[in-house]
Design a protein around this ligand. Structure first.
Ligand code: ZN
Length: 525
């Protein structure tokens, strides 16, 4: 920057000096007189300037000619390449000048002119590995994608430029959103440069987006090898990839190696709820319900979560409510004051039709942490105790505008998800879905729209039949029915219902998914 400024100042100073010089010479009376052999040749001042300029040009030409003469003499004395070197040197110099200009124009964003300079450089220089790259960059800058693609493709034939060519093509595909082709190109580039950090990161993203879990694990290993990731981040990602892969394979009923992988994922991240739930299913599938119970309890002790309670309930299907209450004791004792524990305790009591116990379990939770679920539980308690419709309706009306409580939320795009997954279906980010409470309740107006049928349903069914609300709840979960038919408590918070078939893993998945699906309309922001 400073250098350019100096050059400009110097240039202006020179021009000014030359202008003053010319004016000075023009102002002189007379002129220059040259005396040769007794005769005098007078020159006007302007003639002197012209002669000087011509002399300078002649001097430069003579310099060139001397260079050529030397080259000819060398050629004649046996240096066969002297002549071609002389001409090549000139050509090369002009070529590199054009290349440098192209690069500068490119950097300044003038793709069109950069492209013409790059083409000139390509003609003058025999350095395709350089000129192709600069031409491709200029073409991209000028928006001529096809030309850029041609150049990148041409680079593939040369070992020195193959990686750059593949990388350029990959970036083009990514920009166009053709992620499948981009992934293939990234894999090819990876085979050439397995330690390129930027490429590894792109490859990992593409693989996780397309659920290529095994490939992503290989990339992760390469990232660790290239010291591109901290150890703990790599371990966590590895566990999540293992889990994602295991969950997928368990879904197609292959609980052998996939099961082992799921248990490993739980061992690596004992506090991770989906890993724990998946591991418990594997244990159950392998006929060790005690191990399944221990798995869930271990994670519950780290952080209580409704999915753990639901999985815990599913371990013993067709259990009567009082037996279930008893079996849940170790879970309830782990964090007795945790809201999750209190609501779980209340739900178990409601299922056992012990409404006063449910009310005791809730305590002041509905006023201190009034989530939709807490308020719905209170409505169920009131109804169970035979309160007026007005009272029940009051609780449900509050539930309409209440916070949803913690949900599976993508920490990258804030989208809410009905269930955990390794990649966010909204923004494709990997391992960003976390169990959080959104600070702002997500669109309570759409919530109320989804809740209205619940209210009308509960009041309508009240008028028609005398059946307990709990029965209708159980019905709703077992049938995977819609929110219109559900009772008071949102089904996802319903671990005490015994309708989930714990033995058949696929069905468990489906039932759990169906149960959560029901609250999905209320969740989507
Ligand atoms: Zn997201």
């Amino acid at each position: 920057m400073l250098w350019s400024l100096l050059k400009i100042i110097l240039f202006v100073a020179l021009i000014t000096a030359a202008a003053f010089g010319v004016i000075y010479v023009m102002d002189q009376d007379g002129g220059l007189t040259l005396a040769v052999g007794g005769r005098e040749y007078p020159f006007e001042p302007i003639e002197v300037l012209v002669v000087l300029a011509i002399a300078m040009i002649l001097f430069l030409i003579v310099l060139k000619l001397v260079g050529l003469l030397i080259a000819v003499l060398r050629f004649l004395t046996g240096d066969e390449t002297a002549l071609s070197r002389f001409f090549d040197r000139n050509r090369e110099r002009r070529g590199f000048n054009a290349l440098a200009e192209a690069m500068m124009l490119n950097a300044s964003g003038d793709g069109k002119n950069a492209l013409s300079r790059a083409r000139k450089a390509d003609k003058l220089l025999d350095r395709p590995e350089l000129t192709r790259l600069v031409t491709a960059q200029a073409a991209e800058e000028a928006g001529e994608r096809h030309l850029a693609e041609e150049q990148y493709k041409a680079m593939l034939s040369d070992g020195r430029t193959r990686f750059v060519g593949i990388h350029g093509l990959m970036r083009q595909r990514l920009a166009k959103g053709e992620t499948e082709t981009a992934l293939k190109l990234a894999e090819r580039a990876f085979s050439i440069r397995p330690r390129h950090e930027g490429l590894l990161s792109t490859l990992f993203t593409l693989q996780t987006e397309q659920a290529e879990w095994d490939g992503a694990r290989r990339t992760l290993a390469a990232q660790v090898k290239a010291s591109a990731l901290p150890r703990d981040v790599a371990n966590r990602r590895d566990a999540m990839l293992t889990l994602a892969s295991a969950r997928e394979r368990i879904a197609v009923d292959d609980a052998g190696p996939a099961g082992d992988a799921a248990l490993e994922a739980h061992r690596l991240t004992p506090g991770h709820v989906p890993a724990s739930v998946t591991a418990s299913r594997v244990h159950l599938h392998r006929n060790s319900p005690r191990a399944a119970q221990r798995t869930l309890l271990k994670t519950w002790k780290i952080a209580p979560h409704p999915d753990l309670a639901a999985a815990f309930a599913a371990l013993v299907p067709d259990e009567d409510p009082s037996a279930r209450r008893k079996r849940f004791e170790p879970l309830l004792q782990a964090h007795p004051d945790h809201p999750e524990t209190r609501m779980l305790k209340a739900e178990l009591a409601i299922a056992d039709e012990d409404f006063p116990a449910a009310r005791r379990a809730m305590g002041d939770l509905a006023t201190t942490a009034p989530t939709t679920r807490a308020l719905a539980i209170m409505a169920a308690v009131e109804r169970g105790e035979g309160a007026d419709d007005k009272v029940v309706r009051g609780w449900l009306a509050k539930a309409l505008t209440a916070s949803q409580g913690p949900q599976w939320v993508c920490t990258n795009c804030r989208a809410t998800h009905a269930e955990w997954s390794a990649t966010c279906s909204n923004c494709d980010a990997f391992d960003t879905i976390d169990w959080l409470e959104l600070s702002q309740p997500s669109a309570s107006r759409t919530d109320s729209a989804a809740m209205l049928p619940v209210i009308t349903g509960i009041l309508g069914s009240d008028a028609q039949d005398e059946g307990s609300p709990i029965e209708s709840e159980e019905h709703s979960v077992s049938e995977g029915s819609t929110a219109e038919e559900t009772g008071t408590v949102p089904p996802e918070t319903n671990p005490m219902t015994g309708d989930i078939d714990g033995a058949a893993m696929d069905e468990t998945d489906l039932a759990a998914a169906a149960a959560r699906k029901e609250t999905e309309p209320a969740k989507s922001a």
